[in-house]
Design a protein around this ligand. Structure first.
Ligand SMILES: Nc1nc2c(ncn2[C@@H]2O[C@H](COP(=O)(O)OP(=O)(O)OP(=O)(O)O)[C@@H](O)[C@H]2O)c(=O)[nH]1
Ligand SMILES: [Mg+2]
Ligand SMILES: [Zn+2]
Length: 300
């Protein structure tokens, strides 16, 4: 019997079987040992189950199409959070907390590195000054090729399209605490009644409202992985050589670099820097690239 891990915690897994039943299962001995050595079974994993007596056991894990990994600061071991997600909604707020290009670029790099399709969501469109924020960021990221969805969980603006995107396949919402991820899920699927928090209260205690890892089934058939752990998106978490590949607009200019292993920092005849000078690459994106690259080198 095949199934997908919908919830993981304390050595017990809730698995949605292909026939739509939900069962609890534990790991077979060999997988349990691997769990300790680092290759974990996570939500989103597709597994094969067997039974021993009337208990379900997870026998094997299928190859993953994507991996959502959080890399720890200072070279701490990377942690796999979820597998086989199709889409990542990178959520920022137009205000409270305020958004910067650095934050957006960090989120986009994280998404690109995971192999997922990345969609940028700008929430709290109802906030004072939000239209200016939208005008500053949305056109730039659309030019690069990203889908940008300005929304408000409060007024419902833009939620029809976000809901449609969320109802296809498995996705996840990633973004700092307080941007409104749980509020958006509640607005799209009110039966969920997820806990949402007051920004001020959370900031003071430094705690996140969402703490457990699980897959949520939307009424429309979509699945959403709810994973805490990207509170500050501190690290870019990518190998130095892989950073340029996380900036989609660098792909064509890269073809024109004289050196195959060009870092686009100091080499002569660099296609990326030529594109930057010609206005084909945004200054802020190139700055984010340099920051990401430097951090990746430092973390090596
Ligand atoms: N004005 C406004 N406030 C919003 C909107 N969406 C969410 N909020 C408020 O922002 C605060 C944080 O919302 P949450 O949904 O808890 O944020 P979260 O991203 O799930 O936060 P964590 O679970 O801590 O990661 C709450 O007080 C919400 O009421 C919106 O569209 N407009
Ligand atoms: Mg939340
Ligand atoms: Zn180059």
């Amino acid at each position: 019997m095949r199934g997908r891990i919908h919830e993981a915690g304390g050595g017990v897994y809730r698995v949605r079987l292909e026939d739509h039943r939900d069962v609890e299962a534990s790991l077979r001995g060999r997988l349990k040992r691997q769990q300790r050595t680092g290759s974990r079974v996570v939500i989103g994993d597709v597994v094969t189950l067997g039974t021993s007596g009337d208990a379900w056991t997870i026998e094997s894990v299928e190859e993953r199409s994507t991996e959502l990994v959080r890399r720890g600061p200072g070279g701490r071991a990377p942690k796999l959070l979820a597998a086989n997600l199709d889409k990542a909604f990178m959520v920022v707020a137009a205000k409270n907390p305020d958004v910067t290009v650095e934050l957006i670029d960090r989120l986009l790099v994280l998404g690109e590195a995971s192999g997922m399709q990345v969609i940028l969501v700008i929430n709290k469109l109802d906030a004072l000054g939000a239209p200016d924020v939208e005008a500053r960021f949305a056109p730039m990221y659309r030019t690069i090729g990203y889908e940008v969805l300005p929304v408000s969980a409060e007024t419902g603006e833009g939620l029809e399209l976000l809901g449609r995107r969320m109802c296809e396949g498995i996705s996840t919402l990633i973004g700092p605490s307080g941007v409104g991820k749980s509020s958006l899920l509640n607005a799209i699927n009110p039966e969920l009644a997820l806990r949402t928090g007051e920004l001020s209260r959370k900031t003071r205690s430094g705690r996140h409202t969402t703490v457990s890892s699980r897959v949520i089934s939307l009424a429309c058939g979509g699945l959403v992985a709810d994973t805490p752990g990207f509170g500050d998106v501190g690290l870019w978490g990518v190998a130095p050589e892989a950073v340029a590949g996380c900036f989609p607009e660098f792909a064509d200019p890269c073809e024109r670099c004289r050196f195959r292993r060009c870092t686009h920092v100091h080499e002569p005849d660099c296609g990326v820097r030529a594109a930057l000078e010609a206005g084909g690459i945004f200054d802020s994106r190139y700055r984010s690239y340099l920051t990401a690259r430097a951090e990746a080198e430092a973390a090596r």
